[in-house]
Write a protein that binds this ligand. Structure first.
Ligand code: DLL
Length: 432
């Protein structure tokens, strides 16, 4: 089932022509509306009229998460705030979130690409979609929500967590599609087994899972235990949210919605575009977004592109499942976490040293984060009560910065191994 046959199965030459036209318009808009981009383009002596086609993309400057942070919160918006109808945000590398904005047309675009995502997964108007991605600043909940409504399926906007209620609604409302992170899907499967519920008795048949890396083994496990087809969906807030690419029922690579988001693969070190078939860092240019158009945005996700036509009939390029990143970002329960966020919290507290270790594990299919923190010797007390209250404060500060539950463990000064080279701040025990 193809939602937008015209754009999803367009002749590739025709598509490239369309992309070129859209790129020209986009560069025009950012040149005149975003001082940051005007400056960058002027620095390389480029004017909007210089763009002749999509091949010119590789001569244009990159945009990074740091650029968004430097222009926090709304500095890269290309329209006045009066045109912005929504903002979302994801964690940045410091306490400041990465803020993204949408005009009314951007929301329509987002609904369109999410409708394509649902259709590609085999869902339609007849389905009942239980949305267990978080609603709020995170783009998962509302992104899937608008796409589901556009398709005309029934939305159950339950949001994340509340596992007992999730199971009850899956049973009582006869949900057919489950939308959540893959790790939560597995957690739900286990909770159902504990309640003695067999997936065979449920109506669930498809899962649209993403927001964090997951392997083929994990897919098999989810499919077996929930008795569904598990579809990988990918996206990032900066580009639009979910709806950047998604698998079709072939489950053989994620189709990129290329008429709106153009992917490139670069070598993260040299920043040169890599030849087709090579693995590297994924970069996206948004062609049609109004509020926050981005030129060659470096996602830090590692993957490879495949331009062969898919058996489903779509001609759009497919990206392989993303399993790695070229930076140190961790994804814990779908939330982006940078070790440097922990560092900044510890540096703000007088009792602690910026020596720390993040230990991530997956217990009963749920990610858990433990943070070991070195305490200054004068604060390392024999009094249990004092230590407990310090632990609680550190835990509270970490949780409010990271936005997820944390177990804090205080250790004596000089306990955490010092390194001569690049320090090892993270032990990830999850087997992905
Ligand atoms: O996670 C958007 C999303 C919501 C995608 C729901 C899919 C479903 P951010 O919070 O900005 O946005 O995080 C983006 O998450 O750069 C990847 O590293 C990772 N990521 C997202 N989807 C996948 C996936 C949302 N299917 C970051 N596989 C991205 C692997 C993924 N990693």
């Amino acid at each position: 089932m193809i939602w937008n046959e015209h754009f999803e199965s367009m002749d590739r030459e025709e598509l490239r022509k369309k992309q070129g036209e859209r790129l020209k318009e986009m560069v025009d808009r950012i040149y005149y509306n975003v001082p940051f981009y005007r400056k960058k383009l002027q620095e390389i002596g480029m004017e909007p009229g210089d763009i002749k086609g999509i091949d010119d993309l590789r001569h244009l400057p990159f945009t990074t998460k740091q650029d968004l942070r430097d222009n926090y919160p709304f500095g890269l918006f290309a329209v006045p705030l009066s045109e912005i109808v929504r903002v979302h945000a994801s964690s940045g590398t410091t306490g400041r979130p990465t803020v993204v904005g949408y005009t009314r047309r951007d929301i329509n675009l987002w609904s369109e690409v999410m409708a394509r995502t649902l259709y590609a997964a085999g869902a339609s108007k007849e389905d009942i979609v239980q949305i267990a991605y978080g609603y709020g600043l995170f783009t998962g909940g509302l992104g899937v929500h608008y796409g589901t409504e556009k398709v005309g399926a029934t939305v159950i906007p339950i949001s994340g967590g509340n596992t007992k209620k999730q199971i009850q609604l899956i049973k009582d409302f006869k949900s057919t599609v489950l939308a959540c992170t893959p790790s939560y899907a597995l957690y739900l499967a286990e909770a159902m087994e504990d309640e003695g519920i067999s997936p065979k008795d449920l109506d669930l048949r498809v899962g649209i899972f993403g927001a964090e890396p997951w392997t083929e083994n994990m897919r098999k496990e989810i499919e077996d235990r929930l008795s569904i087809k598990a579809i990988d969906i990918y996206g990032l807030s900066e580009v639009i949210g979910p709806g950047v690419s998604s698998e079709c029922e072939q489950q053989n690579g994620l189709h990129v919605f290329e008429d709106h988001f153009v992917p490139e693969i670069i070598d993260p070190e040299t920043q040169k575009v890599l030849p087709e078939g090579e693995t590297g860092e994924l970069v996206f240019t948004t062609l049609t977004k109004e509020a926050l158009p981005l030129l060659r945005y470096r996602t830090r996700d590692l993957t490879v592109l495949n331009y062969e036509k898919c058996e489903c009939g779509r001609t759009s390029v497919r990206m392989q499942k993303c399993l790695g990143r070229s930076d140190d970002m961790l994804i814990i329960r779908g939330v982006n976490v940078f070790p440097s966020q922990v560092e900044s919290v510890l540096l703000e507290m007088s009792e602690t040293q910026p020596h720390y270790l993040l230990i991530v594990d997956r217990v009963n299919n749920l990610d858990v984060l433990e943070v070991w923190v070195e305490v200054n010797s004068q604060f390392f007390s024999d009094e249990i009560r004092k230590l407990e209250s310090l632990t609680a404060r550190i835990k509270g500060n970490l949780e409010s910065t990271l936005g997820i539950g944390v177990k804090a463990k205080l250790v004596e000064p000089k306990t955490i191994e010092r390194s001569m080279g690049k320090s090892k701040r993270v032990i990830d025990k999850r087997q992905l």
